[in-house]
Design a binder for this molecule. Structure first.
Ligand code: HEM
Length: 279
């Protein structure tokens, strides 16, 4: 395990095949890189796997915890309510126009929270909590709004920065790829001084390079779901509270899905190549 979860998964997959059971931090955990099983868990039988495994140990009564209020640890209907409330902020049209508004929302939320903290310094925290719940904006409370703003920064920055670092690493190693990317930029952007959203969508080869980078170096090498209702999948019975892990790195490096998986080849994500796969 000290080599990292991705190597742990690669080794177990080699030894036991695509589906294997372990214990992760004391919890029974079924991992599978069999795409049929994954489709059952993440799509067809998702109603049995709505929650994520809670590895975060913070005081569950801490109403002000950003971690506890973030979308990534909320479960069931709570998760659905928050997800449905914030998803409309990420439509293409809004991303084009309203990026600054999102951060204004964050700043406003922080200001509002500060006001409550100042006013209620001596007041019992239950009363503060009631106050926060009463002032829900668009179906989420202020502390929830603040927590989602925080999680977007946490989830969005490091993942993106890491991906870009790996792209730079790759183009320093394979100059032909750098040349092709440069040619595409010259063709699409040329002498333009202002680049807009539509220009970015025209950078097809660069998009393929980013996708191949994410395949080869996935910033999140594993994800999971928690079984919330017992179910049997392909003859394997999962009780309530058994974790299901998705070994992302091991899937991305599986010869069966991506032949010659350690070779960096952006053409895997060319439209005609993608059309040959069902994943
Ligand atoms: C290369 C960049 C990124 C990678 C590799 C990445 C990866 C992931 C992964 C693996 C998950 C968990 C998926 C699951 O198990 O269902 C996730 C969830 C999430 N990501 Fe990202 N992410 C990236 C960029 C971003 C950005 C830019 C944002 C925000 C603008 C963001 C916000 C979120 C949020 C809010 C969730 C939780 C969604 C939910 O629980 O419904 N991510 N991301």
């Amino acid at each position: 395990m000290k080599e990292g979860m991705h190597i742990f998964d690669m080794k177990l997959k080699e030894k036991y095949g695509p589906t294997y059971g372990t214990h992760v931090l004391g919890k029974p955990d079924l991992a599978s890189s069999d795409l049929e099983i994954l489709r059952r868990v993440m799509v067809k039988d998702f109603s049995h796997f709505e929650d994520r495994v809670d590895f975060i140990k913070v005081n569950p009564k801490d109403d002000y915890s950003l971690q506890l209020n973030a979308l990534t640890v909320k479960n069931g209907d709570e998760w659905r309510r928050i997800r449905n409330t914030i998803t409309p902020a990420f439509t293409t049209g809004k991303i084009k126009r309203k990026y600054q508004d999102f951060f204004q929302l964050l700043i406003n939320a922080i200001d509002d929270e500060n006001e409550i903290n100042q006013q209620d310094k001596d007041v019992d925290s239950d009363i503060i909590h009631e106050e926060i719940s009463k002032t829900k904006k668009n179906g989420i409370s202020k502390i929830e709004l603040l927590a989602q703003s925080w999680i977007v920064l946490v989830a969005g920055y490091e993942t993106t920065a890491f991906t870009l670092q790996m792209v730079i690493y790759i183009i320093s190693k394979i100059p032909e790829i750098q040349e092709k990317m440069r040619d595409e930029i010259m063709e699409v952007i040329g002498d333009k001084t202002e680049i807009d959203y539509d220009d970015i969508t025209k950078l097809k080869y660069i998009n393929q390079v980013v996708q191949e980078t994410l395949r080869m170096y996935p910033p999140a090498s594993r994800s999971n779901r928690l079984c919330t209702k017992p179910i049997t999948i392909n003859g394997i019975h999962l009780d309530k509270d058994v974790a299901f892990s998705i070994p992302v790195y091991a899937i991305h490096h599986d010869e069966k899905y991506y032949p010659d998986p350690y070779n960096f080849d952006p053409d895997r994500f060319a439209p005609e190549e993608k059309a040959k796969r069902d994943h």
